[in-house]
Design a binder for this molecule. Structure first.
Ligand SMILES: [Zn+2]
Length: 446
């Protein structure tokens, strides 16, 4: 390997037509003050000569019809090493076509037109973006401006295309997350590895059908289980698009729905209390966690401290105090606890008995029971199948963290791209360097 190749390797460039200028005593770079703030940079000098075979203007073969027409020089930013920014001064050969007289400069796959960012530097940006690091910090680490990093990420986001030929897993979890005002995305996760399969920017039935139909039918037929929440929008398109799959309602969502009904009933009766200093008001207001805790996990022979009213009480006494006030709350609470127990015992028979015996009373629980009836089959599958949506909840937490690190995203393209970078399998996103700044690429999703 020549010295030139070694230097190429150390700065991350690949084009062997780049010839570094090595001084008589063997130096190929030097530390010099640079830029407005005179910070020290490692400076390299090189030349590039790649005579093209055909004229890019007229397409004529250039074997004998080429003039040399002086040189162009350009400055490129290379990846950082030891904290130093590295700059390359490149002298590029200029050519002229003898036939059409047009001139053009030597090109290299390591650099983009009209940009001072080199390919290895862009890859360094993308690599850092796969971690939970803000664009501002990436810019600081790589000695770039934040707007430059943002611009490059934006171009990369626009050039991104969903890989619809990717083999779908046998278990898919689907969910949604809220990313802008009235905007919910539809996400698919591998139920076994918890890897993100893809994010789609809309969750309406029509759009879900449109997105999923891009996957070949044979691919979709591989899916055996689809784990989902009780959102009515999904189940029909999911059943159509995954013809061999069983729809499973996620166990976490079954509980969550009843839990929310308990919460809203509690808030309703709490608001109806006029005396804000009464014991029951203070009990309800300050102990919301107590009212959704699984009763079987509480020690009923032991008093516990209740905030707000500042007393030690037996749990059942606290419950009686509230039950005396509202039989709606009593019913909601008992249904919720019974559902928790039926899940603990993996007994669908117990669950269906609860649903069958429920008497509507115009409370929030009525809607819950109605949802259960609508999704009866999916819930039955949930009791007999260990697949769960628990993984997707973890993914949603990470997605929110990505938004927080950036203090929110104004542009959903960039947000989605960053999510994909951080949540996809590390090698899945490849950024096509040459297509980046050509503006021709279109976002295929939003
Ligand atoms: Zn020409």
């Amino acid at each position: 390997m020549s010295i030139n190749d070694s230097i190429l390797n150390s700065v991350g460039l690949t084009d062997k037509n780049i010839k570094f200028i090595i001084s008589e005593d063997g130096n190929f770079n030097e530390l010099v003050p640079y830029g407005h703030y005179h910070h020290l940079v490692l400076l390299y000098k090189a030349s590039l000569a790649t005579p093209p075979e055909y004229c890019p203007q007229c397409g004529f073969s250039l074997t004998d019809h080429l003039y040399l027409s002086g040189t162009d020089s350009a400055k490129y930013k290379l990846p950082t090493t030891n904290g130093y920014q590295q700059i390359l001064y490149l002298t590029k050969q200029r050519y002229q076509c003898r036939r059409c007289r047009s001139t053009f400069v030597a090109q290299s796959p390591d650099f983009m037109e009209r940009s001072s960012i080199s390919r290895p530097l862009l890859h360094q940006i993308i690599d850092l973006a796969k971690r939970d690091i803000s664009e501002k910090n990436i810019a600081y680490i790589l000695h770039l401006s934040t707007s430059k990093v943002n611009q490059l990420m934006h171009h990369a986001a626009k050039a991104y295309q969903t890989n619809y030929t990717k083999k779908l897993p046998t278990v898919i979890c689907v969910d949604e997350f809220h990313y802008a005002k009235y905007q919910y995305s539809f996400e698919m996760i591998d139920g076994r590895t918890s890897e993100l399969i893809e994010l789609f920017p809309n969750r309406t039935s029509t759009n879900i059908r449109k997105y999923l139909s891009n996957y070949a039918l044979t691919n979709r037929q591989r899916v055996e289980y689809v784990v989902t929440d009780m959102n009515a929008n999904y189940s029909t398109p999911l059943r159509q698009m995954f013809p061999n799959a069983q729809i499973i309602i996620d166990r976490f969502h079954i509980i969550q729905l009843a839990m929310k009904a308990v919460q809203s009933t509690r808030i309703t009766i709490q608001r109806a209390i006029n005396n804000k200093h009464s014991r029951v008001y203070k009990l309800l207001k300050s102990n919301w966690q107590f009212f959704i805790t699984n009763l079987t996990k509480l020690d009923l022979n032991q008093t516990r401290w209740f905030k707000g009213i500042n007393e030690y009480m037996y749990p059942q006494d606290a419950l009686q105090l509230v039950f005396g006030l509202s039989h709606h709350f009593k019913q909601a609470y008992e249904v919720y606890q019974a559902i928790l127990t039926s899940q603990q015992n993996h007994s669908f028979d117990d669950f269906s008995a609860i649903v069958a015996q429920y008497k509507p009373n115009h409370s929030a629980m009525d809607q819950v029971i109605l949802s259960y009836k609508k999704n009866y089959k999916g819930i039955k599958n949930a009791f007999s199948n260990p697949a769960s949506n628990g993984r997707i909840e973890g993914t949603n937490r990470r997605i929110k963290q990505i938004g927080r690190t950036a203090y929110g995203y104004g542009n959903p393209h960039n947000y989605f791209f960053r999510i994909r970078l951080q949540l996809f399998n590390r090698h899945q996103i490849k950024v096509n360097f040459m297509n980046l700044l050509t503006q021709k690429t279109t976002m295929n999703l939003i």
